[in-house]
Design a binder for this molecule. Sequence first.
Ligand code: PLP
Length: 388
Amino acid sequence: MSKLIGKISQKMKNSKPDQILSFGASISHVEGLIPLTIGEPDFNTPTHIKQAAIDAINDNQSHYTDSRGIEELRKAAVDFVARKYDIHYDAKSEVIITVGVTEAIFDTLAAILDPGNEVIIPTPAFSPYFNCVEFFGAQSVEIDTSKDGFVLTPKALDETLKNHPKAKAIILNTPNNPSGVSYSEEEIKALSDVIKKYDIFCISDEIYSELNYEHEHTSIAKYISEQTIVYNGVSKSHAMTGWRIGVIYASADIITVIKDVHEYTVSALTANAQFAAVEAFTNGRDDGVKMREIYRIRRDLLHQGLTEAGIESVKPSGAFYIFAKIPDRFGDDDFAFCRRLATEAKVGSVPGSAFGKAGRGYFRLSYATSEDNLKEAIRRIKKFVGEN
Ligand code: PLP
């Protein structure tokens, strides 16, 4: 132990580890565990995308690149969302490539927040949003969506914004991690009508945009582009979590500020990964759609299995998670429930309150795993809840 550990920043003394990752690590020692904790595709990156990176290496693409990302990738990323979601950006000034959406979240909040600011977060929500808001000395204002089937209603949003006139931003995420809810075009339009009444940034995390089961994806930027900062990437749509490529789309003046933060921390991105992402966004444009049809089968399997086990959940319309209600007899301590599920039933899940207060009494299961794993996990869950 370093004798200087007491001298670390007050910020980090007050911080806690990311709850999704730390809970996953705390149960990883359980022998024979089926980890439905994992938020990443179990597919391999498509071969043609890997080949693009190999070609880039052989072509000596091994130097620092433009800090905003190589021009080919910015163009490909802009073209991808224009064709698919009808949102339009200038590749020269309105887009920047980041180390996954994870860096995008950090950079954006660094660029817009001052200590004491508030950020509206409909919950349950992806835990790094809270971590980063706190890191910059700001506060999260949670809107509990659990009573509305995990859908943020325009009314709840309007009331919250009225009561928090100084809020700097709202963070939306559709399709949603952890609830699996994906907003329809009508729902997005109705939320945009509320947001545009306020001087507030709308951060829209659309990393699961290619994983929609019931309808096409709608980006809120289609309606309020000036206020919106969109995130997308290749992690989930192209099974490329380890390549660490994310994209931010926003107006040029906002991108300039975000670029400054990005240059302090990351400078330039891995060159060959960027060439792989060009291939993903162009020739691999529809790779995600093929994977989606396999997730759909798994979603149906897991949802039905949980229902048969007497566990309630909203059937997900996007992403690859199910957010399920812990049966009342187990109490609402979701950390205790997930620990028992891991050690006694050997099924790994994530406690709902890792995603904000609205998640208390719930647990998240990922179906980004094989059908065989899911069938065995369902068998174990049924046995566990049947015996307790
Ligand atoms: N946003 C959401 C909602 C996520 O669920 C995840 C990963 O689980 C990320 C962002 C991070 O994505 P990336 O791999 O691009 O950093």
